[in-house]
Design a protein. Structure first.
Lengths: 277, 277
């Protein structure tokens, strides 16, 4: 049997993986959850039929959502993750010895359970004593917080379904209030090559609440277009001013991120400049 | 009829376009040539069933194979293109007022004819008086040349079939001899994410002939993995030392390349560093 998983993220463009084994098929209160084994990219987590990550290239996305903001922050003690139930983001966060606590707000407990079972390399991070898991709506968790976090990371599904509110201005008002004065917010925001109207909507909303808002990106082979973007929001934190000793230690553990990426990741295709203006 | 073109460049990973129209199907002495109209990426040229470019994102590849070397060269008067029968590379080369002549060595006349007909935006460059077309084997054309070119660009198909010799050391010996002392050679070289053994083989061979050999890259959504690489070879030409006035004029015409790409494009994933060492 020649089995293929097809994803048509953009109408008319499909990315497909040959499937060697279906490891898990389930349904939580929120979404369908599947784990497949593929010929080329190892294990793949699918939520509602969309690729969340593959075990072969998840390192790019997870290193790049975490290390640029954590290294730009002089002393990231308290970090909050919105989503991130697979554990990949906290695995990278915990590499930073400055971090004293991580709160992970995941709406779907089943995602955590499935990832602990099928992606032990990522799921193992949940047993670290610095990690607290909040099962529930991240927007509700963050709303009452004040001056609570140094960095907040949005490792969410795309802005369809339950994650929609996490790409809207009321949420960003809460995020701003929940951050300490030198805080940084970073979130995944699809790709400038296929953004539709989500990227300018998000950057406009963030600009009302933060003095600095930019995009950066990374090359993730199994995401649609292969180029994925992140939005960065802060008040006057220079993303390029990092402690080289801290950076060297982190780089020693990385397969994608290098010291030069701290600046190069912010270089966007010319046509995308207006999306962050 | 729901028609899809599927390309399985890497076993187990497929990229597919929905096809709205088949515009041309032919066969030259060398290869099958097809032109399809797709829902999402406009017209696509296929050679032997493999995507060469789409009209929607060809600008990324063509700007990035041309402008980094031409801007790093202080006065690129004579340029040679190996392959490039679609005309996209010469379109970008001709933007540089320093260029006095371009020789394009294409083995397959049919590719030029088909591209002039179906991709007029690229094919139009052939009528520029600075352009000379040499139909035939590029390796044979370059072999007797001496101190003839400032820049040589390898815009070839991948190293299977007729293009194999263009990725081997004897060809690079000819290229070195054909270049003037401050000359630069740049060629497409697939992706570090799926390189197999071609990239280290090529960089090793180039290093024997040039003092400096590096890789750079660009994000091309419709190429396998979305991240495509180029190899750069020269003797002590600094890729980052460019005339800002010339660069500004070129950037005014670009949709991908910006001044910051001249440096950022050379920042590779950490795991790829050893491929150019």
């Amino acid at each position: 049997m020649d089995l293929w998983f097809n994803e048509e993220f953009v109408p008319g463009l499909r990315v497909s993986f040959r499937v060697t084994k279906t490891l898990y098929q389930g349904k939580s209160r929120f979404q369908k959850i599947d784990v497949i084994e593929t010929e080329r990219f190892g294990r793949v987590l699918l939520l509602d039929g969309l690729t969340m990550f593959t075990s072969q290239d998840e390192f790019v996305y997870h290193e790049m959502i975490v290390h640029p903001p954590l290294l730009a922050h002089p002393n990231p003690k308290r970090v909050c993750v919105v989503g991130g139930g697979d554990g990949g983001v906290i695995r990278e966060i915990l590499k930073h010895p400055e971090v004293e606590s991580v709160v992970l707000c995941e709406i779907d407990e089943e995602v955590i359970r499935v990832c602990k079972e099928f992606f032990p390399d990522m799921g193992a991070s949940f047993s670290d004593p610095r990690v607290t898991v909040q099962i529930g709506d991240a927007a509700e968790y963050i709303r009452p917080q004040k001056d609570a976090f140094d960095v907040i990371l949005g490792d969410t599904t795309d802005p369809i379904g339950p994650a929609v509110v996490l790409f809207e201005e009321p949420f960003y008002v809460s995020v701003k209030k929940a951050l300490k004065p030198k805080g940084i917010f970073v979130a995944q925001i699809e790709s400038v090559f296929i953004y539709g109207d989500i990227i300018p909507k998000v950057t406009r909303a963030l600009r009302k609440n933060f003095q600095d808002c930019r995009l950066y990106g990374a090359t993730v082979p199994t995401y649609p277009t292969g180029y994925w973007n992140f939005v960065w929001a802060s008040d006057n934190v220079n993303p390029f001013d990092v402690n080289q000793e801290r950076q060297r230690r982190i780089c020693a553990t990385c397969r994608y991120y290098t010291p030069e990426h701290q600046r190069a990741a912010f270089v966007l295709p010319a046509f995308a400049a207006e999306l962050q203006a």
